[in-house]
Ligand binder design. Structure first.
Ligand code: HEM
Length: 498
């Protein structure tokens, strides 16, 4: 087993044993928060809305790993206005990550979906695994973890290679492709094909609608001003949620009685709920959107950014191609072969370190509590700066550079590398996700050379996975090994030294 996978399993186990090791360096106790209020806090909130990654980075540079923004608009209160009805706490670094992620009863994750008023479809669809705690969380986590564990994923290996090959072989050699769409389609076809009972027009359409809805949540308008008035983004989101819920329930009803142990949706529909009752519509509508989003979005993001990084780092791309050819010969990349490719493993880890697919996570305090010994009020929201934690220079020297070779001498804990989260809620899909990315990447690289069009602008947005804001066009060549970087522009250069 690869070291990181082993670490993930250890942390899951150690959590059960109430882990207390100090592998992540000094405990967070004693870390003093910087407290900003009023106009100063508002300034940072606006910067966060405009460009979250550069904002958290500058905030960290100026004030350190623990920043409290309070009383931003003391006269504005709304239970769902995430950014203005603060306190908002920004944290970075393994010790603070650990303190929060190890205690999910106090620090509840927020749903990927927007949520909404009582009895609305939007509210029901935001009630998946990520919003649960206690016995209900344990019940569904156990149910969904079964098809995602190592042995089950390995059973899917041959089919995963076939699905990757079928999609990628149809890419148009000699033409210009839009890289985000291609990465999205390739990963989606594997995920829907293997974890949702097969890809068809309906499952694709649902995946698209779920992606649009999560994007609306993380767009600043709906977050800050959840006003249910005609023509507001919030009203549009409520309407879209109602339509999506209908489609999900109709689609899920076709799975009744089909107990496919690999199909996550069929498990939710057919297995008893946490109280031993048959799953009702609210349970089904609550789980399926966040499972779709969780299973597809982060992998697509990783695949896309890894392709960009390889296109812009010819030396690494050339070494990786050599390694893959040595191991594969003319064979289609299998799951076993990609697991035995150390450089591929390092390339994927380094890409996820530099551009974590979920660069910021959010938690909400369920009660008055403390963080690093300082009082935090109930309902405060904490932004966990994964993007900053995977750039700590003492752990990752030259943190803005893409240096896969660093992985031959480092072995961070999940709290130092919280790309899949860490602690009791660590991503249960990491093994599937990692293997899907590696198989797809190896299939693409052994067939094609991707050259980004010179002068292309690459900007990004966060929803909550990081993806490009506009099309990224690239020429698709048959693989000839003639890798060469091309000049590109855009905000990506603020976060990666190319
Ligand atoms: C590159 C691939 C992936 C990445 C980077 C990723 C990342 C994450 C992250 C950061 C979390 C939050 C953990 C936390 O709150 O501490 C998470 C949770 C989760 N992920 Fe993934 N994920 C990936 C693939 C998948 C796949 C393929 C599935 C399949 C269904 C999946 C299902 C989930 C679920 C159900 C949760 C919620 C766990 C819980 O709350 O107990 N993920 N993932």
């Amino acid at each position: 087993m690869r070291p990181f996978a082993r670490r993930v399993q250890n942390v899951e186990k150690q959590n059960v044993d109430n882990m207390s090791a100090d592998a992540d360096g000094p405990r967070s106790a004693g870390t003093e928060p910087a407290r900003l209020t009023g106009i100063a806090a508002l300034r940072w909130v606006l910067r966060l809305v405009r460009n979250p990654l550069t904002a958290v980075r500058h905030c960290y540079d100026e004030f350190g790993p623990f920043v409290l923004l309070a009383d931003v608009l003391p006269f504005y209160r709304h239970p769902r206005a995430i950014l203005l009805d603060v306190p908002l706490v920004l944290i970075a670094g393994a010790p603070l990550h650990r303190e929060i992620l190890e205690d999910p009863a106090t620090w509840r994750p927020v749903s990927l979906l927007p949520g909404g008023p009582k009895n609305s479809a939007a509210r029901r669809m935001a009630a998946g695994l990520m919003r649960m705690n206690g016995d209900r969380h344990a019940h569904y986590r156990k149910m969904l973890a079964a098809p995602l564990r190592r042995t089950s994923v390995e059973e899917m290996g041959p089919r995963m290679s076939q699905l990757a090959e079928a999609d990628i072989a149809a890419w148009p050699v000699g033409e210009t492709i839009e890289l985000w769409r291609c990465a999205q389609r390739a990963l989606r076809s594997i995920t829907l094909g293997l974890l949702f009972g097969g890809e068809d027009d309906e499952s694709r359409a649902i995946a698209e609608m779920v992606a649009d809805l999560t994007a609306q949540k993380w767009a600043s308008g709906s977050l800050a001003f959840p006003l249910n008035l005609p023509f507001t983004p919030y009203r549009r989101m409520l309407r879209a949620s109602a339509m999506l819920e209908d489609r999900i329930l109709t689609w899920a009803s076709t799975k009744r009685g089909c107990d496919d142990k690999h199909d996550l949706a069929a498990l939710i529909v057919n297995r008893p709920d946490a109280d031993g009752q048959p799953a009702n519509e609210a349970t089904i509508a609550g789980h399926i959107p966040s499972l779709y989003a969780g299973a597809t979005e982060a992998g697509q993001s990783t695949l896309f950014w890894t392709l960009i990084l390889l296109a812009q780092h010819p030396r690494v791309a050339g070494q990786l191609l050599r390694e893959l050819r040595e191991r594969l010969g003319d064979d289609v990349p299998s799951m076993q072969a990609v697991q035995e490719s150390p450089l591929l493993d390092a390339v994927v880890k380094e890409s996820m370190r530099l551009i974590p697919p979920v660069p910021l996570q959010m938690r909400v305090a369920q009660e008055d509590t403390t963080l690093a010994g300082h009082r935090i009020a109930k309902h405060s929201r904490v932004v966990l700066g994964t993007f900053l934690t995977t750039r700590m220079p003492d752990r990752y020297p030259e943190p803005d550079r893409f240096l896969p070779e660093r992985w031959s001498s480092i072995d961070p804990t999940p709290f130092e590398y919280p790309v899949f989260g860490a602690g009791p809620r660590i991503c249960p899909g990491y093994w599937f996700g990692l293997n899907a990315i590696k198989v797809t990447l190896a299939t693409i690289l052994t067939r094609y050379r991707i050259a980004i069009e010179p002068g292309t602008r690459i900007d990004y947005r966060i929803q909550p996975t990081i993806r490009p804001t506009g099309p990224v066009r690239a020429a698709l060549h048959r693989q000839d090994g003639a890798f060469a970087a091309t000049p590109i522009r855009g905000a990506i250069q603020d976060i990666v030294r190319l």
